[in-house]
Design a protein around this ligand. Sequence first.
Ligand code: HEM
Length: 174
Amino acid sequence: MKKYTKTAMFFHWLTALLIIAAFWLGLTMVDIPGITPTKLRYFSWHKWLGITILGLSCLRLLWRLGNRPPEYPANMTSWQKKAASGLHILLYVLIFSIPISGYLYSLASGIPVIYLGIFPLPVIMDPNPELKPLLKQLHYVLNMTLLASFCLHVLAALKHQFFDRDGVLKRILP
Ligand code: HEM
């Protein structure tokens, strides 16, 4: 069966790794009480990770538009193929909307983002106390949607591996 290309594998596994790190850091940092140097450092790392994911997602989408993935295996029914494509589109939407909502939340809070502590990113929004709680809620809800989609994605991969035994998981493994 045809495998994914090396570039597709690179984007897939690097994005997965960075998203798990940003997600874990996001949950950890908001649980630190008060304002401590560690908390501020975690916030910065979280934002840098998120911006890196956004940049990587832009490159990935551009690349994906010119490169079709291998066909689904013949044993998949038409609804399974539709469900798989739908979930993949949702995951693409989330890897853009999550970092963008976090970025806008930071700006609405009046905190410009300085990538890696060196590059100031564009301030495309003034501080906005009305939008601030909405953007925070949006960032949270999108992240919980990502968590649910990620679980479905992994469960589907495991079903292919252990029930269908159709080699789908192996196609994305280096
Ligand atoms: C794919 C990338 C990202 C993921 C997976 C992610 C994930 C998360 C998670 C799980 C939380 C905890 C939410 C909660 O429990 O309330 C969080 C909070 C936060 N994120 Fe992100 N995030 C990403 C990108 C970004 C970016 C790019 C920024 C800003 C530049 C950002 C800024 C924030 C801020 C400021 C909070 C704290 C919210 C609060 O004040 O409670 N995030 N993020």
